[in-house]
Write a protein that binds this ligand. Structure first.
Ligand code: NI
Ligand code: MN
Length: 227
C-alpha cells in the first residue's frame, strides 16, 4: 500500500490500485499551503469519519471533481447529496461492505458529528479496511474505548491511523493503550498540531512509543510512504 499525508487527519491510501482518501480537510489548513493542493488530489473513494469541518471541508469539491464514491454515515451522505454529490454509499456503525479493493467495516468512534452548517451529522465512525495487501484501522476522531478490542481480537491489523493530539480526541498516552487493544504497534499519527488546542511535543510522542516497543510515524505533509 502507498500512503500520502495531506495534513491533519487527511490521508490518501492506495489499496490494490484504488485510491482511498480519508477525511479531506486541505484547503482551510494553513499547514498545507504550498505543500499539497486540494484541487489536484486524486480519489476513487472518499471515506469520511464524521461531519466536523476539519474532516469534511474539501469533500464536496473533491467528490464532484473526481466522481469518487463517498463512504460515510447516512446522515452525512444525504447532506452531501443536497450539495450535489451524486456518488454516495451510506453506511453505519457495525456494517461492512465488499468493494473492488477489499472490505470496509465501520466501527465505533466516541466523539460527536455535527455538520458545518449545524445539520445532524449522525454518529462518528472509524473504518477498518481489509484487503489482500493487508489490513488497517483508521480511527477518525475518537476517545480511547474498550470497543477497540473487538478490532484487534478478530483480525490482524498491520498498521493504524490514530489521533494523538489530545483535547478533542485521545492523546499519545491513550493511543499507546489503543495499540494494545487493537494488537498493533505500528501507528501513523494524526489530528495533531493543526491548531492551537492540539499542538503536541512530537519528539516526546515518538519517544514514548519507542519506550513502549511501538512505532509512531509522523509524516511530513505531502510525504508518501509504502506499507
Ligand atoms: Ni471531530
Ligand atoms: Mn477533528
Amino acid at each position: 500500500m502507498q500512503i500520502t499525508y495531506y495534513g491533519h487527519s487527511c490521508f490518501g491510501v492506495e489499496v490494490n490500485g484504488k485510491k482511498l482518501l480519508f477525511d479531506p480537510f486541505i484547503s482551510p489548513n494553513e499547514l498545507t499551503k504550498g505543500l499539497v493542493d486540494a484541487t489536484t488530489v486524486e480519489a476513487d473513494y472518499i471515506l469520511i469519519s464524521h461531519g466536523h469541518e476539519d474532516h469534511i471541508a474539501d469533500a464536496v469539491a473533491i467528490a464532484k471533481r473526481t466522481k469518487a464514491k463517498v463512504i460515510c454515515n447516512a446522515e452525512i451522505c444525504y447532506w452531501l447529496e443536497k450539495q450535489g454529490v451524486e456518488n454516495i454509499h451510506p453506511m453505519n456503525i457495525g456494517g461492512k461492505v465488499k468493494l473492488e479493493f477489499g472490505n470496509v467495516k465501520c466501527v465505533v468512534a466516541i466523539h460527536s458529528s455535527s455538520l458545518p452548517d449545524g445539520s445532524n451529522g449522525g454518529n462518528p465512525m472509524g473504518f477498518v479496511v481489509e484487503s489482500t495487501e493487508g489490513n488497517f484501522y483508521y480511527a477518525g476522531d475518537t476517545a480511547l474505548t474498550y470497543d477497540m478490542k473487538l478490532i484487534g481480537d478478530y483480525r490482524s491489523i498491520n498498521f493504524a491511523f490514530l489521533p494523538i493530539g489530545d483535547n478533542f480526541t485521545m492523546g499519545v498516552d491513550n493511543a499507546l493503550i489503543a495499540c494494545d487493544f487493537i494488537n498493533c504497534g505500528d501507528i501513523i499519527g494524526m489530528h495533531y498540531d493543526t491548531f492551537g488546542f492540539i499542538q503536541i511535543d512530537k519528539s516526546e510522542a515518538v519517544y514514548k512509543f519507542n519506550r513502549a516497543g511501538k512505532n509512531l510515524t509522523l509524516l511530513e505533509i505531502g510525504q508518501t510512504i509504502k506499507k
